[in-house]
Design a protein around this ligand. Structure first.
Ligand SMILES: Cc1cc2nc3c(=O)[nH]c(=O)nc-3n(C[C@H](O)[C@H](O)[C@H](O)COP(=O)(O)OP(=O)(O)OC[C@H]3O[C@@H](n4cnc5c(N)ncnc54)[C@H](O)[C@@H]3O)c2cc1C
Length: 390
């Protein structure tokens, strides 16, 4: 059999185009310069340092997919993945702020917003307004569509009542995507997404959680006390909020994969530097084959996770199906992050266990990857459904 003479694919999955490489490197350099010196203090204080959000806006990472004429960077989803990875290599708490802004909030407004909403909010999201995405409630996490928040039509307004829990960026956000059920009799087909501004009547940002990791990223409760929302602020269609949620979260979890690979690379960077420097038995601990193999295995796992995350993101940008790949990359990269950060703590020995050294923070930060934007069990359920066709 003769095979047709075709050019082999010219690029590896991790080969970046010039603009991707420049973008990724410039975000990483920014993170080294502006975030690394503040990371420990932000973790201790459970807050983003003053002025840092403004610098993230100025850098162009808060409106990556927003068109340049609306003040954004006019780039692709893959650039969001690169930005989240580069930031998370230094501080995963800052990585998730940028992740939610781009892969959930802006993504949803771009896809589901009408021209008026896009015109009103995209320039603000690109220039100075942090966004948040409010789906979960105390009683509905994995079973998100069992939400009890209600939306009642009232002339040219909607009135929202209920409570949302675990809302990332809520402390800083000016704009919230809030999900509430407008027709409980229709079950999940009543769920509707609304764009709600901070400060509107009946909208209250409540208790801020005291967390294990990613502490500089705020996570708050929202109280909707007859919150008044103009009818024009429905995102998508009434009763189609479940689609908004499913589709944005499918993409958002690639961003969490990016956070996890960035975090893992950060932990590995520290571990590699430390084992070369730390001496026991008269030699650097990097000379022990057991340590070499541990580092080699961790690097292999990080590479595999990176390939999975990049592949899912590239599929998404190519307009190809990516549901299974997105779920797989989140499950795997979050498990890798837990293992690699745990190894980094081990290789630092006692120093790994104290806050004077950076790896215990990354170990704490890693845990969230298996929980938010769909727990690992829920990702495995999605993968199984696709594979088994059930
Ligand atoms: C730091 C942080 C930030 C967050 N940010 C946001 C945000 O910005 N916006 C937002 O809307 N939400 C956010 N969340 C909420 C997050 O998405 C939920 O916590 C998550 O989806 C899990 O829901 P739950 O906490 O109710 O756990 P549960 O759903 O109660 O799950 C508990 C356990 O049961 C397992 N389980 C549940 N159902 C099944 C099943 N059918 N099969 C097998 N196992 C199952 C789960 O895997 C898990 O291990 C955030 C959470 C945290 C902690």
């Amino acid at each position: 059999m003769t095979l047709p003479q075709i050019e082999p694919p010219s690029q590896a999955l991790t080969t970046l185009t010039d603009d991707e490489r420049l973008f990724s490197e410039s975000v990483y350099e920014f993170a080294e310069r502006e975030i690394r010196p503040l990371a420990r203090q932000m973790d201790e204080r459970s807050a983003v340092a003053d002025g840092l959000l403004n610098k993230l806006f100025a850098l162009g990472v808060m409106g990556i997919e927003i068109a340049e004429e609306s003040g954004g960077s006019g780039a692709r989803f893959f650039h969001s993945v690169l930005a989240v990875e580069s930031l998370s290599r230094v501080d995963p708490a800052i990585g998730v702020i940028v992740d939610v802004q781009n892969t959930l909030v802006i993504n949803a407004v771009l896809r589901w917003g009408n021209e008026r909403l896009k015109h009103e909010y995209l320039p603000r999201l690109a220039s100075d307004t942090v966004g948040a995405y409010a789906l979960s409630e105390a009683g509905s996490g994995s079973d998100a569509f069992a939400m009890t928040a209600r939306a009642t039509a009232n002339g040219d307004r909607w009135s929202l009542t209920g409570r949302k829990l675990w809302i990332t960026n809520a402390n800083e956000a000016g704009l919230f995507i809030v999900f509430a059920n407008a027709n409980p009799d229709a079950g999940y087909r009543g769920i509707t997404a609304f764009l709600v501004e901070r400060g509107w009547e009946g909208f209250i940002v409540g208790h801020k959680e005291d967390k294990l990791g990613i502490r500089a990223s705020s996570t708050c409760e929202l109280v909707l006390d007859n919150c008044q929302v103009p009818a024009s602020h429905v995102l998508g269609e009434v009763g189609k909020g479940y689609k908004v949620a499913i589709e944005t979260l499918n993409e958002g979890r690639i961003g969490i994969g990016a956070q996890m690979i960035g975090l893992s690379r950060g932990a590995l960077d520290y571990a590699i530097a430390y084992v070369k420097e730390r001496k026991q038995f008269g030699q650097p601990i990097a000379d022990f084959q057991a340590v070499q193999h541990q580092i080699a295995r961790a690097a292999t796992e990080v590479e595999a996770a990176r390939l999975m995350v990049y592949n899912a993101a590239r599929l998404r940008d190519a307009g190809k199906p990516f549901l299974t790949e997105a779920a797989m990359c989140k499950v795997f990269s979050s498990e890798v992050a837990e293992r690699v950060t745990s190894l980094a703590v081990n290789l630092y020995g006692g120093y790994g266990f104290v806050k004077d050294y950076p790896v215990e923070k990354l170990y704490r930060d890693a845990k969230i990857g298996q929980i938010y934007e769909g727990t690992s069990n829920m990702q495995l359920q999605t993968i199984a459904k696709q594979i088994l066709g059930s």
